[in-house]
Ligand binder design. Sequence first.
Ligand SMILES: [Zn+2]
Length: 277
Amino acid sequence: MTTTNATIEATHKSITAQILTQFCDDYLSADAFKDYAPNGLQVDGGQPIQRIVTGVTACEALIDAAITANADAIVVHHGYFWKGEPEPIVGMKGRRIRKLLQHGISLIAYHLPLDAHPIIGNNAKLAEALGLTITGALYPHESHPVGNIATCIPQSPNDLTTIITHALGRAPLHIPADYTYCNSEDTHTNAPRLIKRVGLCTGGAQDMIEQAAAMDCDAYISGEISERTTHSARELGIDYFACGHHATERGGIEALGELVAQQFGIPVTFIDIDNPA
Ligand SMILES: [Zn+2]
């Protein structure tokens, strides 16, 4: 577990969960997204907020860390109440929510709005960390698209692997394109090409590889990989880099915490609960 403080000194300022949520809702245009979970205030701890903890996922380890840090609110990318999950607040979910309420901690979550934000979003932050320049959306005809197209200095797949490893602190799983399957003038060599145009979408967006190929990307970067993704990469002639769901989604929530700390002058600590997936 590692922590980063957005503001170091403790203050005695406080805000309500509603004010904090309204600010984040507005900044992220949360209402504009159709999402798989509710964005905004998910659990109202009922206390004024003087100290905030941020993290990728509202797991019990993050709640414990927030209790230790004396936080009144947790702001995350992966909250609760996902579409299709069982509704009763029992078992693991019951324990997490009971702990929040017992300690008066509010839970605030932003999913797609935090992936997509052009400045502090997960995709924007990942592009920045990898030295990519975003030039557009993977789905340019959608009103609030998630996922981007970016350009980079022409580089080999091995060079991009090195850059990702350095930026995220872990090596990606790289599936090289197999040009024998696609119509290309280099079909006969099957040598790796230089990567100049990249599609990217953090988290579990591996199935958007087909769209990245349709948008003429040389490579596609996401978090997770499925068995089928390997065959898609090879046959679509696009290099795939699975960089870790957690690893690709730290940037947005950490940046949102920094923004909140600046806006309200209250201490915000990013707590990274290690997750190899
Ligand atoms: Zn995610």
